[in-house]
Design a protein around this ligand. Structure first.
Ligand code: XMP
Length: 321
């Protein structure tokens, strides 16, 4: 029988076989997939695993502190944080094409891991890179037989050709709900296991247009408000995730106080889903939408309009890029 504990046992055995007495690095994104992948590898090879958390500047408010605090407390894992904000912003300057953004972000992640590997050299040979790639990531990046490339997930289609690591991907055959069960089986807390998905490329693929520091700050504020209100309304478990998107190249006219405004729209994209392969838009209560809209337009300077995405997947994808 295909139980969660048998998945854990089988993956632990495979990881031990692949890594032998070597050492591995795991990129933690703050999301559930990399958290569970790291916990599995930790179970297999103990402290020969070092986790690297890359602050690429595309994170949501509070995410770095949460990983540094909660995940380390729960697992006792070795964690190195790398501040790579300038590097990612520089690489993304002037780029507007979604696939190009994804590939740049995937490539820069790897470059940062390679640098981390060189920095850790004194402690041994970190030849293996652990990634929390799931089955749907593989399919949508065109990795499955006969499938089209819909998006290059940063950890699949975004990898550079001259990759210097051997990849360890223990979740490659699993769907999100199975990953959550594996996380629970490994003793990870609810706050990690039930976290809503957040894409590795982060806010970089939620700014439609060029990614700049100012735009990131604007989106981060709007996102924090939306998340705060959804949590306050007790809706976290009933939605799959709610991307908040900044239409950075669109402006519309508004009025605030006595004055004309010419600001950007924010899109709310609440979705319900089983596995992210298909999704429906979530019918959020009007009062919650109203609170989010009022707060974002009052509190975020550049934003004068909030719109709701009512598209299912297909034809829309969950993220806008
Ligand atoms: P889409 O937009 O393809 O998203 O409907 C499906 C799910 O995958 C997440 N997503 C990503 N996760 N790296 C990730 O780790 C990526 O490059 C990536 N792109 C999309 C998205 O948030 C949703 O849960």
């Amino acid at each position: 029988q295909w139980t969660t504990s048998s998945i854990v046992d089988e993956q632990v055995a495979r990881i031990r076989e692949q890594i032998g007495d070597g050492k591995a690095i795991c990129g933690l994104s703050g999301g559930v997939d990399s958290a569970v992948a790291a916990a599995l590898v930790q179970r297999a090879i103990g402290d020969r695993l070092t986790c690297v958390f890359v602050d690429h500047g595309l994170l949501r408010a509070g995410e770095r502190a949460q990983v540094e605090r909660d995940y380390v407390a729960a697992t006792g894992i070795n964690l190195v944080t790398v501040d790579a904000r300038e590097r990612f912003l520089g690489a993304l300057a002037g780029v507007t094409d979604p696939e190009e953004k994804r590939k740049i972000i995937g490539r820069e992640f790897i470059r940062v891991f390679e640098q981390a590997e060189r920095d850790l050299k004194a402690e041994g040979d970190y030849r293996f890179l652990v990634q929390g790639t799931l089955y749907p990531d593989v399919v949508e990046s065109g990795g499955g037989a006969g499938t089209a490339n819909i998006k290059s997930h940063h950890n699949v289609g975004g990898l550079p050709d001259d990759l210097q690591f051997e990849l360890v991907e223990p979740l490659r055959a699993l769907f999100k709900d199975e990953v959550r069960r594996v996380g629970t089986e490994l003793g990870l807390p609810e706050t990690i296991v039930q976290r809503q998905p957040f894409p590795g490329p982060g806010l970089g693929i939620r700014i439609i247009g060029e990614v700049t520091q100012d735009r990131l700050d604007t989106l981060r504020q709007a996102d924090a408000i939306a998340r705060e209100e959804l949590t306050a309304a007790g809706l976290d478990r009933s939605i799959w995730q709610c991307p908040v998107v900044l239409l950075a190249d669109v402006r519309s006219v508004g009025v605030q106080g006595d004055g004309r405004t010419y600001g950007h729209p924010i899109v709310l994209r609440p979705v319900s889903s089983e596995d992210a392969m298909t999704a429906d838009w979530t019918r959020l209560p009007y009062e919650v939408l109203e609170r989010i809209s009022t707060r974002i337009t009052n509190e975020v300077a550049e934003v004068n309009r909030v719109v709701l995405d009512v598209t299912s997947k297909p034809p829309g994808t969950i993220e806008w890029e």
